[in-house]
Write a protein that binds this ligand. Structure first.
Ligand SMILES: Cc1cc2nc3c(=O)[nH]c(=O)nc-3n(C[C@H](O)[C@H](O)[C@H](O)COP(=O)(O)O)c2cc1C
Length: 335
């Protein structure tokens, strides 16, 4: 399969998912699948000291992470936390950090953090001013197009244009939309015209077709962050790049991948049953790439012991076909 012109010279990244794309997921993903250039940690918070407890452990430890392609992310609206985070990550050998201005959850947004801060461009301005005067690691931002609506979009572009941010990744929704409804492509185009930096695009890339459409509409964009689409079909980045894997039995590889994550999570947690909940979260995406997502979900969701979970997974792979690229657009989600 030759690589289509639209997928040449692009960066594909794996978006962060709190509770799913931890170091176990990221490392095992790399063993089984290709096509991803860059990954981000789910956000850290509460970095009140340079060596905060929240930064101890495998999630950021260079021994369990590839520091050259992993970008640690922080959710904060405080310059001192950003400073602590940057210093700590520098010490570990990372070369870039990311600020989360996208988290939509009301508990977070109400405190003017995550996407909640997007309603206050002047506060972002102060935060970035202090941050960039402290000689930090290269710092990127992941944001949305606004919080309640896109009224602050021009002001946000003006603020972002003032600072040497290493990259800007925009999830083309507002915070209030959470993960629902259409992506706002006209509004994304508007901010694109106002920004000096060419941003990365994120939002609803669930198939190779979605990618091609988006790349055709925004030819200048060369960084695309994949989210729920690649959780649902881990071959998505390879398909976008048309990396030929026609000889491989995709279902078998996905089965090995899911089993490896399960076993490593069990080992890391000393067989804590809570990891079943985390596996279910992954399955809530994966199910869509099977021929009968509802049947898969019925099998998986009810399990609360390792034995029944393992039996259910075995049945899911034995009795169902892998289709791939099945994550539904919002209007198609019926369960
Ligand atoms: C359960 C869940 C957890 C997420 N955790 C994070 C996070 O820690 N940091 C972040 O920047 N985005 C987070 N996101 C957002 C995704 O990275 C991504 O931006 C979003 O799903 C939109 O992309 P998509 O439409 O391709 O899925 C999370 C999304 C979900 C659904």
């Amino acid at each position: 399969m030759s690589q289509p012109a639209v997928s040449q010279n692009i960066i594909l990244s794996l978006g962060p998912f709190q509770g799913i794309t931890d170091h176990v997921f990221r490392n095992i993903f790399r063993l089984y699948f290709g096509g991803i250039d860059k990954m981000y940690t789910p956000f850290f918070t509460g970095i009140h000291k340079v060596n905060s407890k929240n930064l101890q452990g495998a999630e950021i430890d260079p021994l369990s992470n590839d520091t050259s392609s992993l970008v640690p992310q922080l959710l904060t609206n405080e310059a001192f936390e950003l400073y602590n985070f940057s210093e700590y990550c520098k010490g570990l050998g990372y070369s870039e950090i990311n600020i989360n201005l996208g988290c939509p959850y009301p508990r977070v947004a109400k405190k003017q953090r995550g996407s909640g801060l997007l309603a206050h461009p002047q506060k972002i301005d102060q935060l970035l001013e202090q941050h960039f005067s402290s000689n930090p690691l290269a710092t990127g931002i992941k944001c949305r197009l606004g919080y309640e609506n896109t009224a602050t979009i021009k002001a946000l572009a003006t603020v972002f244009n003032r600072y040497p941010i290493s990259e800007l990744i925009i999830h083309a929704r507002t915070g209030k939309q959470l993960y629902k409804g259409q992506v706002l492509l006209d509004e994304f185009e508007e901010i694109l015209n106002d920004l000096i930096i060419t941003p990365g695009y994120n939002g609803d890339l669930f198939s190779q077709k979605d990618f091609i459409e988006r790349k055709k509409r925004f030819p200048a964009i060369n960084h695309f962050m994949l989210g729920r689409g690649i959780l649902s079909d881990p071959f998505l980045a390879m398909d976008i790049r048309a990396i030929d894997s026609s000889e491989t039995d995709r279902k078998q590889i996905v089965q090995q991948f899911v089993e490896a994550i399960y076993l490593q999570r069990r080992a890391f947690s000393n067989d804590n049953l809570s990891i079943i909940g985390r596996m279910k979260e992954l399955w809530s995406y994966l199910k869509y790439s099977f021929d009968d997502p509802q049947a898969i979900w019925r099998l998986i969701k009810k399990n609360n012991s390792f034995e029944t979970y393992e039996t259910a997974v075995k049945q899911a792979f034995e009795n169902h076909n892998w289709i791939g690229q099945g994550f539904p657009k919002d209007e198609e989600q019926t369960y």
